[in-house]
Write a protein that binds this ligand. Structure first.
Ligand code: KG4
Ligand code: ZN
Length: 338
């Protein structure tokens, strides 16, 4: 079975065709980052318009690559969560195409796509596992018992971790999206006397709070103003250390609470090298295993949507009479696989 996957929840247009039986994947990715950079963040209306322009030619190109539209047995797309207008573009294209081809269509949960992205690697995690989802819009720890059986163990009470990276980077004068820029600046130093807090680690539970770290960074910047290059780098370093420590402490707690020995890290911030190193060290100490998606599958892409949707569709799930998108949608509301 071959499915066409369409991702358009935010500022990346991702198109993929997955052969569910062989695992063969074809994909295209277009990032709108340059378009949004001058505004310092994603402008929803511009995002929708760009998806309208880019999605159809990308689909045409990929269909040619796989031997034409007749090869497609179903269409899957991101139904939510995400930006309403951007989601609607992908949904309309997917439903229109499926209707014209008389093939099934299925709306996919964006975060399920992220948390199953490590399944696209050679070394796949077995169920059950703890998933740490860290993106621009979400920070959560999830108990993944099986595909579709998700229990949220903890989440951010305010800013998502990627959002905290982006906002702090902006304060430091770095361009959007700030996460990788801040990480690059932090890597120019190897220590600092600056001590940032580790939010909520001394409280029980698995929730997070990152907005205070951004304020702490701002106050530190005022204290050392005017900032030298060295001070900017040390603030970035101290911020990144605080985030990585906090995430590691909560991951360790989640593994202990569930009794699981596998941790899956997914979402854009999963590309962060310092986080990867720290979680690898932790897993060695705990005799657990940590799985990361390939770097190209950490940030938004069509392949993860084709995978999550393809698995659901090959289990017989598809949408009937669905005409909305779900900008807010909990992972816990997803049906399990039959
Ligand atoms: O998953 P994603 O592509 O989009 C959402 O669904 O939100 O994640 C994007 C987020 C951005 O906030 C970006 O700054 C962050 O991931 N990010 C990073 C790194 N690469 C991307 N944050 C820290 N370090 C990185 N290397
Ligand atoms: Zn995402």
């Amino acid at each position: 079975m071959k499915v066409l996957g369409i991702e358009s929840s935010c500022d990346e247009t991702g198109i993929a065709v997955l052969d569910v039986d062989t695992g063969e994947m074809h994909q295209r990715l277009y990032s709108q980052i340059e378009r949004h950079r001058e505004y310092g963040g994603v402008v929803p209306e511009l995002a929708s318009r760009d998806h309208v322009v880019k999605a159809a030619p990308m689909i045409e190109e990929i269909l040619q690559e796989v031997g034409g539209v007749k090869q497609i047995d179903g269409v899957v797309y991101t139904r939510g969560p995400g930006l309403m207008g951007a989601l609607m573009v992908g949904a309309c294209i997917a439903r229109g195409l499926a209707w014209a081809l008389d093939k099934p269509v299925l709306g996919v949960h964006h975060m399920e796509g992220h948390l199953l992205a490590p399944m696209l690697s050679e070394q796949k995690p077995e169920f059950p596992f703890v998933a740490l989802l860290v993106s621009g819009g979400h920070t959560m720890l999830v108990d993944v018992q099986a595909m579709g059986c998700y229990k949220i163990l903890g989440e951010s009470l305010d800013d998502a971790v990627g959002e905290a990276f982006d906002k702090t980077a902006k304060l430091l004068g770095l361009p959007y999206p700030g996460g990788p820029e801040l990480a690059a600046l932090a890597s120019t130093v190897s220590s600092t006397e600056l001590k940032f807090p580790r939010p909520m680690v001394d409280r029980p539970g698995l929730d997070f709070s990152f907005s205070g770290l951004k304020t702490f960074a701002l106050n530190t910047m005022h204290k050392y103003s005017p900032l030298s290059e060295q001070s900017r780098a040390e603030i970035a370093f101290a911020f990144e250390q605080a985030v990585v420590d906090t995430l590691q402490i909560k991951c360790q707690r989640a593994l202990k609470q569930t009794g699981y020995c596998r941790l899956v890290v997914a979402g854009g911030v999963g590309a962060n090298q310092r986080l990867r190193q720290r979680l690898q060290q932790m897993s060695k100490k705990l005799d657990a295993q940590v799985y990361f998606p390939a770097l190209e599958y950490c940030t938004d892409n069509g392949a993860m949507i084709a995978y999550a949707g393809g698995m659901r569709m090959s289990a017989g799930l598809f949408d009937i009479n669905v005409s909305d998108v779900l900008p807010r949608w909990s992972l816990e509301d997803l049906p399990g696989l039959p």
